[in-house]
Write a protein that binds this ligand. Sequence first.
Ligand code: FMN
Length: 457
Amino acid sequence: MNLAGKKVLLGVSGGIAAYKSCELLRLLQKKGAEVRVCMTEAATQFVAPLTFASLSKCPVYLKNGTMEARPFQHIDFPRWADLYLVVPATANVIGKFACGIADDPVSLCFMSCTCPRVIAPAMNVAMYNSPAVKRNLAVLREFENTTVLESPAGVLACGEVGQGRLMEPAEIVAYLEGASLPLAPVSPGCTKVGEPVEPSATPSPRGSTPKTPDASVLKTAELPPAQDPTLPGYGKKVLITAGRTEEAIDPVRYISNRSSGKTAVAIAATFLANGFDVSVVAGPMEAEFPGGVHVTKIKSARDMHKAVLEQMKNADVLVHCAAVADYRPKVAATEKIKDSRSQLILELEPNPNILRDSVAQKRADQVIIGFALETDHFKEHAAEKLKKSGADALLLNAPVAANSGFGFDEVRYTLIRAAVPANANAVQVEIPEMKMGSKIDLAQEIVDFSLDKLKNA
Ligand SMILES: Cc1cc2nc3c(=O)[nH]c(=O)nc-3n(C[C@H](O)[C@H](O)[C@H](O)COP(=O)(O)O)c2cc1C
């Protein structure tokens, strides 16, 4: 879409990212677009309407049914527009759009506009992942003429990491320029302000035939994730293993463990926030990855082994975070094992060692980080594992404190780095003290270590 000469209505709702709409407005103007603004009352607590009025050189549409709004502003503004952008879109207005509630300028304009609508959600990760917001966004994606932009993952204004950031204004503009958004299909009887009323049988006032938007163009899930060349990991790729594995006993039973996948999600989100291209090979897990992460789903340790060895050649950093089953049943029954109430002995055999085999294929410019979960003598065991594996570092975590480890956000951990001193030929390991921290702290330490290693590779 060529933005030059386009009339853009900018709807601003009450999220912390509202200030970014000022930058968006300026960028749109630089591209030659004319911009007008409507705001929710909550949005006016984040940015003064006077700012938008000054930038757009037009009064902002603020309140309904008061003398501050012209009587038909909720119709005039949308009808004037070639494009309605809602940036940022709060969970609240998204809910209203999806349900057909129109009790503020932004939701009223959404309902009464007939031009293409582009919505950029922005909110805390827990809100973004809440069932209500997910459902409402899914409903909006099905609306005609409506595009929902994918929220990138990253560090959020509240300090948490995950999906829910506002897409950067420059990226929104780049998206609009690349998208072949249709001109508004104007409904019979509707005219643009200042334009003559046309008989309903004639073509639309802009002479275009009303089109249904091409879904493939408007679905932005296929958009590449935000790639910011100023971020330290820009141009680098990380492959992360995640979740647990399931080792079949019979078609309905398996051996597994309690890994929730939360640590891998924190690691993936932190690499993403640092500009890396992030891929994961993920076993079953409860936690969900932010948008922009490429996920290969597997079930067993052998599936994970195969996928990792295939994909690692593309990676600069490899993080072995998955809780892989060390053993699997020697034979998986093809039929469900019947309950005979007599003793059943399962014979187990070792699974392939994914960390060791990936280190065997490692290039000199790659960084590999293993994980060790120990419940006793953890320092000795972890040091031994690091030396044997040949990895660059090992994240040792020990679920020994109450409320830490599987499924929780806090973990007891330390990152052990392998070093070969100049005058020695064996790997030396010094284990820093274990500490309690969030999975995000742990992830940040892994990212910092990887960046440091890549710089010196
Ligand atoms: C400091 C602060 C920041 C907020 N940031 C967001 C946000 O980024 N996204 C969101 O959906 N809600 C956010 N909220 C909550 C909304 O402001 C609140 O749901 C409000 O009712 C939204 O109104 P609106 O949708 O009419 O603008 C925030 C609230 C506060 C106090």
